[in-house]
Design a binder for this molecule. Structure first.
Ligand code: ZN
Length: 327
């Protein structure tokens, strides 16, 4: 009987080991989702020209895994095909958005970082002909983000991470919750700009970039985030002529398009409050001026143009109206 007991004690652990091996098929256990496979691939040998490179550490220390980059490469969609045939109205001569021959609302753009930019920092898409320097395009339609929880990604090589995080913290009292990227489908991606800070206006989806230039501080970055949430500039609102006077002759010619009125298609968020002289989206009167004279002036005696470095009460109010219902 003792012999049977000893044999039982030997076979029991042996059978467990055999069962464990059978169920630890390495193929099954290591199967990864496609995005995980992508994230484990080595980066390409050649670094994109518009990326900041960091010196590689020379020590043989165990590499620390970098944050997983967005699954999709940043490739802004074509939102606003270029209307090559439409004659561009003379800049600054009209205070209303120009129309195409078919009656479509047009916006005037210049190329920067390979994308079409309206009014200095609003990106509308990629032209069908990437060789153009400037032109007019059909106005994009503004979309709001489908969720108040918005993922963001700051590439580790991007300079100024602290400034971006400070800007994101300015939205703590709004319905928006910025969360670190964790392979969500839609994500705000901060990337280096070769020119100015700029952003799409409203929700585009996918890996949606916000371009950050070295001279942009937290307030300028928060301004770009507001563009991404659907705001346009206050001085470009369709009702702005009731509130501010534009001194076209005092504005540098190449920057006059910054003071044109945008089409109603882009006003969905901005018009949720009265004209806001204190908004982060209001330009200071000293910007783009010739010889130090102001570029514009308030028409309302009790309200001076005085943009804030943080969200104004009306900026907060508009975010609550645009996104608060989703809470
Ligand atoms: Zn702007």
């Amino acid at each position: 009987m003792k012999r049977w007991a000893a044999l039982f004690l030997v076979l029991l652990p042996l059978s467990y080991v055999l069962w464990e091996q059978k169920n630890s098929n390495p193929v099954t256990k290591l199967r990864l989702k496609p995005e995980q496979i992508r994230s484990t691939q080595r980066p390409p040998e050649s670094t994109p020209p518009n990326k900041i490179t960091r010196n590689s550490p020379t020590s043989e220390a165990t590499p620390v895994p970098a944050p997983t980059p967005p699954a999709t490469q940043i490739s802004p969609p074509v939102l606003a095909p270029v209307v090559q045939a439409a004659p561009a109205p003379s800049e600054g001569s009209a205070s209303i958005a120009p129309l195409s021959a078919k009656g479509e609302k047009l916006v005037r753009f210049k190329m920067e970082d390979g994308v079409a930019v309206v009014q200095g920092d609003i990106v509308i898409g990629v032209p069908e002909n990437p060789a153009v320097d400037s032109g007019v395009a059909i106005s994009p339609t503004l979309k709001l983000w489908p969720s108040t929880e918005i993922p963001y990604f700051i590439p580790p090589q991007l300079a100024g991470r602290e400034k971006i995080e400070e800007a994101l913290e300015m939205f703590a009292d709004t319905p928006i919750r910025f969360v670190p990227f964790a392979q969500q489908k839609d994500v705000l991606v901060f990337e280096e700009s070769q020119g100015s800070c700029k952003s799409y206006v409203g929700f585009v989806g996918g890996a949606q970039p916000i371009w950050i230039a070295p001279n942009c501080g937290p307030a300028e970055i928060a301004h770009e985030i507001l563009h991404a949430l659907g705001f346009v500039h206050e001085q470009n609102r369709s009702d702005r002529d009731q509130f501010v006077e534009i001194f076209w002759d005092q504005i540098e010619k190449e920057h006059r398009l910054n003071f044109e009125i945008l089409p109603d298609e882009l006003m969905r968020v901005s018009l949720l409050s009265d004209f806001d002289f204190e908004s982060m989206m209001m330009y200071p009167t000293s910007i783009f001026t010739l010889g130090g004279q102001p570029s514009m002036k308030s028409k309302i005696p009790s309200h001076e143009i005085s943009p804030r470095k943080t969200l104004s009460p009306k900026d907060l109010d508009r975010l609550s109206k645009a996104y608060g219902f989703q809470n």
